[in-house]
Design a protein around this ligand. Structure first.
Ligand code: SAM
Length: 565
């Protein structure tokens, strides 16, 4: 035992000497071999060597205090519990966290350069005769909890990105981190490269303030190096959908705000939930970034606020759809992949349009969920085809084919007071659109037609097909497009709004929605070339395409010139 303690004491003494002797400019090149010149100077300007940390194994608190005193580390700061190191030890050594008593003590040291630094001492209590001896032996050998820390001075996102990039360039690898709301500080951990000198394998950057956006990218890189953890996170994606959907369904976001923290007891009373279970849900949502947890309770983030009923750009309806009917149908994805049948129809016994049309509440929810993705429409009214139509003498008419609840046509008519509109929809939907556009004071400039694609009115100047073609297979798309071509005068334009699958394999929301359309609707997302072929089959031609938010595109289509066929 005495040998053990003296071993820890000598490691602690070495740490104290290290903190006294080192300074930022000498330490950084030891940790990041090759770092030199202007890059070293830039790093020194933005980071300050602040502390070195180690883990020791006293038999009780008195022994820890004696060890600190022997090493000249006097002070009054008491030992605090260290949850993070305790959890890590529990995972590493397959122990229950409750059986590990881990504390942290910080003591001040003045460096040879006059700078004030700290020695951070983590202590796992190993009572005499305890089987934790094996943990202590392995930890002393491997030194997992030993690290050196730097404070980042005057951080801003550019500086932080630069620091992380420089650490990466000199071989350091992301190794986790976290945001501490009690201290309002963000920690980025790095593994030092194998050729690092100085005896420290782990480096901590402590950044005052909340930098969770950058931390997320840092943690993603860390996760990418941990395939099992990555897979666990992916496999539990259904929990994420359900947690967000439940949060929205219970209207918890409506009872919270971003300015003021609210205690769980009050919140639970207001939304009719059990406080303990609501806490568990909120802690999970804090991990996802929908809320934050502080000393006084929980606060809504900007992301969580999008789940409030009626908030600008609210996505509450989407949360209820994806956590409700589409959640149930997605369980049949395997059926769709095996048989080619639509899982939604297999599960509910009917097509999703018919299913929603039969239930007014579901129909309204579907309309609202389509409107939740309407940020895609923001640039559409400024499309050159619409601005030109708005300037035409005598005005012009825009025909929105299967225009849903009138969200897009409403925006177009609002932006261009000289345009008239026609909205074609199935009977249940056309009434909802009429009510909405009447309420917006646009009803007088708009005609409403209840019918089918075959009932498309002729003589319009601009036809719009927004998020319609992706609902159908190629054969039905050709049919719909032929109806459009028949109705369109030679001068007319057709604007098709869709998510277009990238041809270069880049990441796009279209890839996710391709799966959704296949499973629930029997439709698909398509590449631009695929759309171009469908247009050509219907006597139309793709003229141009421009990007929209949320990975959408607007495809400009005209009637093909028969002489060029
Ligand atoms: C995905 S929504 C798109 C709505 C709207 N264009 C938008 O972008 O928000 C597809 C619309 O097609 C309508 N629809 C389905 N079958 C139809 C048919 N046979 N004739 C006309 N409209 C139809 C549905 O009622 C639904 O509103």
């Amino acid at each position: 035992m005495i040998t053990t303690l003296s071993g820890d004491t000598s490691r602690l003494l070495a740490t104290v000497d290290f903190v006294k002797e080192q300074d930022t400019a000498t330490l950084l090149p030891l940790l990041l071999p090759g770092l030199d010149g202007p890059e070293l100077r830039a790093l020194v300007e933005h980071c300050r060597f602040s502390h070195a940390a180690l883990l020791v194994f006293p038999s009780d608190e008195a022994e820890l205090e004696a060890m600190l005193t022997d090493c000249g580390l006097v002070g009054v700061t008491p030992r605090q519990p260290s949850v993070v190191v305790r959890e890590r030890l529990a995972v590493r050594h397959r122990r229950r966290a409750a059986e590990l008593d881990v504390g942290i003590v910080r003591r001040a040291v003045v460096g040879a350069d006059g700078a004030h630094r700290m020695v951070e001492v983590f202590a796992l209590t190993v009572p005499p005769g305890s089987d934790l001896d094996t943990v202590a032996t392995r930890e002393r050998e491997r030194q997992h909890e030993t690290h050196v820390g730097f404070d980042v001075v005057a951080p801003d996102p550019l500086v932080l990105r630069g620091l992380c990039a420089t650490f990466a360039r000199y071989g350091a690898t992301p190794d986790g981190g976290g945001y501490n709301p009690h201290e309002d500080g963000t920690v980025f951990y790095f593994g030092a490269p194998a050729e690092a000198k100085g005896g420290y394998g782990r480096v901590e950057l402590y950044v005052p303030g909340d930098h969770r956006d950058l931390l997320a990218a840092h943690l993603d890189e860390h996760r990418a190096r941990q395939p099992a953890e990555t897979l666990l996170r992916l496999l539990t994606g259904a929990w994420t959908t359900q947690a967000l959907s439940t949060f929205a369904q219970l209207r918890v976001p409506d009872a919270m705000d971003g300015d003021r923290a609210v205690g769980v007891e009050d919140l639970a009373r207001e939304v009719g939930a059990r406080p303990r279970n609501l806490t568990t849900l909120l802690r999970y949502l804090a991990m996802l970034g929908a809320v934050t947890e502080g000393r006084d309770g929980f606060r809504l983030t900007g992301t969580g606020a999008l789940l409030r009923d009626g908030a600008p750009g609210s996505m509450r309806a989407l949360a209820l759809m994806y956590g409700g009917p589409f959640y149930d149908s997605f369980a049949g994805l395997g059926h769709t992949v095996r048989t080619g049948q639509v899982a939604f129809e297999h599960h509910f016994g009917e097509n999703h349009f018919d299913h929603f049309a039969r239930d007014p509440l579901l129909a309204e929810l579907f309309d609202q969920s389509m409107a939740a993705g309407a940020a895609m429409f923001d640039p559409v009214p400024a499309h050159p085809v619409l601005t030109a139509a708005a300037e035409a003498s005598g005005g012009a008419t825009v025909v929105d084919v299967a225009g849903g609840n009138g969200e897009l046509l409403g925006r177009i008519l609002t932006a261009h007071p000289r345009l008239r509109g026609v909205l074609l929809e199935r009977p249940h939907a056309v009434e909802a659109a009429r009510a909405r556009l009447d309420e917006a004071g646009l009803g007088a400039r708009c005609a409403f037609l209840a019918g089918d694609f075959a009932d498309l009115p002729a003589g319009g100047d601009v036809y719009v097909l927004s998020r319609v073609l992706h609902d159908w297979d190629d054969e039905r798309c050709r049919e719909i497009l032929r109806h459009c071509a028949r109705a369109m005068p030679d001068h007319a334009d057709l604007l098709v709004v869709e998510r277009v699958l990238p041809s270069d394999g880049s990441v796009s929301l279209a890839t996710a929605w391709d799966l959704h359309m296949m499973c629930n609707v029997g439709g698909r997302e398509r590449r631009a070339e695929h759309y171009a072929r469908l247009f050509a089959d219907a006597g139309l031609t793709l003229v141009d395409r421009s990007p929209l938010p949320l990975d959408g595109h607007v495809l400009h289509v005209r009637k093909a010139d028969p002489t060029t066929e």
